[in-house]
Design a protein around this ligand. Structure first.
Ligand code: NAI
Length: 370
């Protein structure tokens, strides 16, 4: 692999209790300042996206990457993917600073970890950027090539759809969507696909997005009712599906909710862990985000299996999100604690006893395609 920036690249460990490895990556020649965080590789090599974002300072970037990497550990454990939890952040403006040299220097750091961390796209980092990174290191997944797993949003939407069905089953003892009112906050890549699936299953849709053009397009396709970004949280519905940004469930918003369940794809929906208790005490069923939104991870990670990517296996595995959530609802009910706590407890148990530990190494099929 190319070692173009070898002399000026530095990797320094940052020690944080509870995290396996955190590395500050610097290459001043190309303006690279990144952090690679491996929360846990007990179950398998750490897999997670690269977020490129103009954080105000390193402290904020570190906080974000740690939170994201830990969530990946639990997402993988609960979806039985057999990967560890990792994430990387590059402190840069994706519109201004995302040059080939920057990505190549970052790739060199990934390569030095020899597969401990496998990277993928995330906010600010496209599959095309990952393709540039793959010229320097094989430890990538989700490339745009002929055996690729394609658009993760479709699989994330399908997993979220199955999660909504599981919530309805728990509430009504029927997963049937016919006539159910589902409110979707954010109709972007995932939310839009989800809305179409719900429409064909017979649901009544209520939607909201900052982008009115998207709302009108979806309204024409599905007859959805459009609400403002404030109203959507207060609307009476069976399920509220947060599909936009994180932190949407907090002490200000939870008292406003008039839904029976919250089940959506957004990452880090709870501002604080205690917000899950508040939802539970109000009798609102919460489908933990890192389980319901694992479809994209499940889909892309199949590229690394010996057999290579297969959409049918991906669909079948994503289908299991329904059962995985039913187990969580039952654990929560039996123990009289929140579904979020139930999910974390099950994750901790699997981690402790290394349940689902990866036996086969990952296969980087793309390395033989180029
Ligand atoms: P996206 O960027 O395509 O869509 C987000 C949508 O939310 C945009 O249309 C945006 O205008 C809208 N939005 C932002 N703030 C809003 C607000 N206050 N009220 C209403 N709408 C608002 O993102 P994507 O890919 O659809 O992801 C959605 C969420 O799901 C994110 O939290 C993401 O981290 C998470 N997620 C996405 C996965 C994927 O496969 N794309 C996988 C797992 C999680």
């Amino acid at each position: 692999m190319a070692q173009a920036c070898e002399k000026t690249l530095t990797l320094e460990e940052i020690s944080v209790p509870g995290y396996e490895k955190i590395i500050r990556v610097l290459n001043m020649d190309v303006g690279l300042h990144a952090i690679i965080c491996i929360h846990s590789s007990v179950i398998g090599p750490a897999l997670g996206g690269i977020r490129i974002y103009p954080y105000l300072n390193e402290e904020m970037a570190l906080k974000d990457v740690m939170r994201l990497a830990k969530a990946m550990t639990y997402k993988s454990l609960l979806s039985e993917c057999s990967w560890g939890g990792g994430k990387a952040v590059i402190i840069a403006d994706p519109k201004e600073d995302k040059k080939k040299e920057l990505l190549s220097a970052f790739a060199e750091a990934v390569d030095q970890l020899k597969g401990e961390y496998i990277c993928a796209e995330d906010v600010g980092c496209s599959p095309e950027d990952v393709l540039i990174i793959s010229k320097t290191t094989p430890y990538v997944v989700g490339l745009p090539h002929k055996k690729s797993s394609g658009n993760p949003a479709v699989f994330t939407a399908w997993g979220t759809f199955r999660g909504i069905q599981s919530a309805l089953k728990k509430i009504y003892d029927s997963s049937d969507l016919e006539g159910r009112k589902i409110a979707i906050q954010g109709i972007g890549a995932v939310g839009f696909e989800l809305a179409k699936l719900l429409f064909w299953a017979g649901a009544h849709l209520i939607i909201s997005d900052l982008d009115q053009k998207k709302c009108l397009e979806l309204q024409q396709l599905t007859g959805a009712v459009i609400l403002s970004t404030e109203e959507i949280l207060k609307t009476k519905c069976d399920v509220l599906a947060p599909c936009a940004m994180g932190g949407v469930l907090n002490s200000c918003t939870i008292p406003l909710l008039r839904c029976l369940a919250v089940a959506g794809c957004a990452n880090n929906q709870l501002l604080n862990d205690s917000d899950a208790d508040e939802l539970a005490s109000r009798g609102i069923l919460y489908s933990p985000d890192f389980i319901i939104n694992a479809g994209g991870l499940i889909n892309v990670s199949l590229e690394l299996e010996a057999e290579g990517y297969c959409p049918i296996r991906a669909r079948n595995r994503v289908n299991r999100i329904y059962d995985q959530l039913m187990v969580i609802y039952d654990i929560a009910e039996q123990n009289r604690f929140s579904t979020h706590k139930a999910a974390l407890s099950l994750g901790d148990y699997r981690l402790k006893y290394q349940i689902g530990k990866r036996i086969e190494p990952p296969y980087f099929h793309h390395a033989s395609l180029s």
